[in-house]
Design a protein around this ligand. Structure first.
Ligand code: THU
Length: 130
């Protein structure tokens, strides 16, 4: 499916990143099944452990705006530069909580490269309550 619109949304969101400590802006776009897209960015803190990744920002924001996890279609992250990165473990646990096992997660940057994962490939043996 065309991910260019998600890419644009994520790139725009990266421009709003609050990342004075890492200088590593990240943007995220969450697409709902009806095509609606939400944006997120990383938000850092002088108390480093409180830094929040772009993925969690957009997922938490979506829930807070009343979006339903069952409507979450896919997630795309964007980092400027020519390297691709992947979601951290905290974000993977949060992604598994809210996305379907076959949902797709995309990683993009400023080159044509792209990585794609199925959600169920992100965190083998993920913790879930019975
Ligand atoms: N970070 C993301 O926002 N998304 C990722 O996929 C990887 C890392 C941010 C960048 C920097 O703010 C760091 O995590 C701080 O915890």
């Amino acid at each position: 499916q065309a991910i260019e619109p998600m890419y644009e949304q994520a790139r725009q969101a990266a421009g709003r990143a609050y990342a004075p400590y890492s200088q590593f802006p990240v943007g995220a776009a969450l697409k709902l099944k009806d095509g609606t897209m939400l944006q997120g960015c990383n938000v850092e803190n002088a108390s480093f452990g409180l830094c929040n990744c772009a993925e969690r920002t957009v997922i938490f924001s979506a829930i807070a705006q009343g979006k339903l996890a069952c409507d979450f279609d896919s997630l795309l992250i964007y980092m400027p530069g020519d390297s691709l990165y992947s979601p951290c473990g905290a974000c993977r646990q949060v992604i598994v909580e809210f996305f379907a096992a076959d949902a797709l997660i995309y990683a993009t940057c400023d080159t044509e490269q792209m990585k794609v994962w199925r959600v169920d490939a992100l965190l083998p043996g993920v913790f879930k309550l019975p």
